[in-house]
Design a protein around this ligand. Structure first.
Ligand SMILES: Nc1ncnc2c1ncn2[C@@H]1O[C@H](COP(=O)(O)OP(=O)(O)OP(=O)(O)O)[C@@H](O)[C@H]1O
Ligand SMILES: [Mg+2]
Length: 256
C-alpha cells in the first residue's frame, strides 16, 4: 500500500483578480521507503505541493492519504506528526534565541512524549552532533551543523515521512554531499519515505527513485531514476532540465 497517495490536488491562493491556481490536478503515489522527487522552475508549485502534504497550506481540494488515512486541510496532532518538513534555509527555520535543546524539546512537549532528554541526545547523535550542542544557539553553528539540527528537529517525533524542500541548496558544495549522505543513511536505517524538492538533477538522481517534473503547477512527466540516468525521458522540458545538468548526471554510457 502507498504511504502517500495524492489525487486531483488543486491549490489556489488569493481571491478576485488576485486568484491564482498554482497546483493543478496533481496526482501521485509514494511507496514506503521510496524517495519521490519534485523538480521544476522557480514558482512552478513544488513547495506548495509539500506544504499541502505537510498540512501547512489549507486552501486545497482533491484527496491526500497519508499512511492509509485520508487527511483534510486541517490535521490532528497525530496526523501532523507523521510527516515533517526540512527547509532550505536552516538559519531562517531555527529560532535564533532558542538553544538547540529547546528547539528539539518543544515538539516533544507539544506532542506529550516522555524521556525527552534521552530523545534529544539520541537524535543529536543520529544526525552526527555531540550532545553538548544542545546548549548552543543557531548562530554558534556552521551551515551544515544547522541543517543537521533542522533534520534532527524533523526526526524527533519519529515521523515516517520527511518532506525535504531544497535541503542542501543553501549549503557549501563540500557540505552538500555530507548532508545528502546523512539523509541516505537515515532513510535506510529508519525506513523513512522522502518527498524531495530540488532544482539539482544530480541530487535528484542521487537520492530519488522517481521524479515528477513540474511545469506551471502540473506534472508533465514522472520519470524513474533509471530513465534519468539513461536520458530516456519523454517530455521536452525534462530533456531541457537534464541537458542543463550535463556533467553532473552521468552520461548514458557510464550509467549502471
Ligand atoms: N502564500 C501564498 N500566497 C500567494 N501566492 C503564493 C503563496 N505561496 C506561493 N504562492 C505562489 O504560488 C506559486 C508557486 O509557489 P511555490 O513556492 O510552490 O513555488 P516553487 O516551485 O517552490 O518555487 P521555488 O523553486 O522558487 O521555491 C508562485 O507563483 C508563488 O508566488
Ligand atoms: Mg520552493
Amino acid at each position: 500500500m502507498s504511504i502517500i497517495s495524492v489525487n486531483d490536488l488543486v491549490v489556489s491562493f488569493g481571491s478576485g483578480s488576485d486568484f491564482k491556481q498554482v497546483v493543478k490536478n496533481v496526482a501521485f503515489d509514494v511507496e514506503p521507503g521510496e524517495t519521490f522527487g519534485l523538480v521544476g522552475e522557480s514558482g512552478c508549485g513544488k513547495s506548495t505541493v509539500l506544504g499541502a502534504l505537510a498540512g501547512r497550506i489549507k486552501g486545497w481540494s482533491g484527496s491526500i492519504s497519508i499512511d492509509g488515512e485520508a487527511v483534510g486541510p486541517k490535521r490532528s496532532r497525530s496526523q501532523l506528526a507523521k510527516q515533517q518538513m526540512v527547509f532550505q534555509d536552516p538559519f531562517g527555520s531555527l529560532h535564533p534565541r532558542h538553544t538547540i535543546g529547546r528547539t528539539l524539546l518543544e515538539p516533544l512537549e507539544i506532542h506529550g512524549f516522555d524521556q525527552r532528554q534521552e530523545r534529544v541526545e539520541r537524535v543529536l547523535r543520529d544526525v552526527g552532533l555531540p550532545p553538548g550542542f544542545r546548549h548552543r544557539f543557531p548562530h554558534q553553528l556552521s551551515g551544515g551543523q544547522r541543517q543537521r539540527v533542522a533534520i534532527a528537529r524533523a526526526l524527533i517525533l519519529n515521523p515516517g515521512i520527511l518532506l525535504l524542500d531544497e535541503p542542501t541548496s543553501a549549503l557549501d558544495v563540500s557540505i552538500q554531499a555530507e548532508i545528502l549522505n546523512l539523509l541516505k543513511d537515515l532513510r535506510e536505517r529508519d525506513k523513512l519515505t522522502y518527498v524531495l524538492v530540488s532544482h539539482d538533477m544530480a541530487v535528484i538522481a542521487h537520492l530519488c527513485n522517481r521524479v515528477a517534473v513540474m511545469l506551471d503547477g502540473q506534472f508533465v512527466e514522472v520519470a524513474s531514476r533509471e530513465q534519468l540516468l539513461r536520458g530516456s525521458v519523454q517530455h521536452p522540458y525534462t530533456r531541457t532540465l537534464l541537458d542543463g545538468s550535463r556533467g553532473y548526471v552521468p552520461p548514458p554510457k557510464l550509467a549502471s
